[in-house]
Design a protein. Sequence first.
Length: 191
Amino acid sequence: MKVIGIAGSLRARSNTLHYVKTGLKVLEKEGIKSELISLRGKEIKPCNGCYDCVKKGYCTIKGDDFDDILDKMRTAEGIILGSPVYLSSVVPQLMALLARATFVAYWNDKFFSGKVGGPITVARRAGHNLAFSQLLLWFFINGITVPGSTYWNVGMAGTGGARDAENDEEGLTTVVNFAENMAAVMQKIFV
């Protein structure tokens, strides 16, 4: 079994990356392989609604990092998505990836269906719930099972890439509990 963790932050000192890494470490301890993908330094062009993926079975937009990431998402049994929240929504780079991935998957055997995963959103004060809901909707439309935790998987972190995530005890505990539940669900489904 393998889980892909995708961190949507473009910052070098990313709090979002810290939360996603925390979840992946728990999964590794449970015997599940993991891979971290940071969107920092990657280009993901937005979906242009051409519907070529319906006819051809793949996205025809070329010249970016989409295909490599999609291949990893396709083959993994689990997916964790982490996004910083700047304006009460998921960052555009991550949404571009998810929109294109959904179109390709939905029209080609719904290959995300049956996987396990969940979102993590990170903000300074507010906006978590809207972004968290955006990501939940992505998991749901793709038929991905989302385990719960002891709270919503949201982290509190400051501005400018400060390493505030390391001090967010409640947020980190929530992510750890989520990852433990994710491992338990995956072991029941895939073993």
